[in-house]
Design a protein around this ligand. Sequence first.
Ligand SMILES: N[C@@H](CCC(=O)N[C@@H](CS)C(=O)NCC(=O)O)C(=O)O
Length: 236
Amino acid sequence: MTAPDIHLYTAATMNGYKPVIFLEEAGVPYDLTLVDFSKREQHAPDYLKLNPNGKIPTIVDRAEGRAIFESGAILWHLAHKFGRFLPADERARSEVMQWLCFQVGHVGPMMGQAMYFQRIAAPNGHHEAFAIKRYVDESRRLLEVLNTRLEGREWIAADQYSIADMMIYPWARAFPWARVQVDDLPHLQAWFARINARPAVQKALTIPKAQPQFWDADADDSAFLKENAARFAPNV
Ligand SMILES: N[C@@H](CCC(=O)N[C@@H](CS)C(=O)NCC(=O)O)C(=O)O
């Protein structure tokens, strides 16, 4: 049996789910290596040859004989390669790219730091109230930008479900893990509901592993909190 074109290196994190969502939505065959942060596999010399930044996700496109890192570049590559979730029209493509960059440059870093300071630094004895406020407030502001964008729209860009939605959803939907309130953001919540209802997304969020603590404010996070805080402890 020949190996599929796409080999994905990932883990159960917001960035890690994005390419899984694409591949499941597109019905593309792929195989998977789970990168174990507790063993620091993301810094292994062989992995750094694929992703010099030592992060997940990464893909190897076997058919093209090359590795691609950075989730935005990965989804852009996959969308081109398989002709899915990216409009043909140049203006519409640009709109998708703008919102993709909005995620990579703003939503990921701000929500990521909101999570880091509350879920990793604080349990490791570094409670930084100023940093927490800064990142939670900025995350909230970004979710308000999305709420405004989604008023009267089903999807983030180009009037269609695209890689822009796939990039933003795993982060924005993890508002409980970042401890950001979205109760008064109805357009954002309606967009969550539309994406939550997609069977491919439901499946993707169980690959490599389901992480209900990210998405559900009522999920029991005590055991996961410890595990998550411990795997990043050396960096704190
Ligand atoms: N901008 C990058 C971010 C990648 C990233 O930060 N990945 C995190 C997991 S969400 C990671 O690999 N962390 C491991 C580490 O920092 O050692 C992307 O979109 O791919």
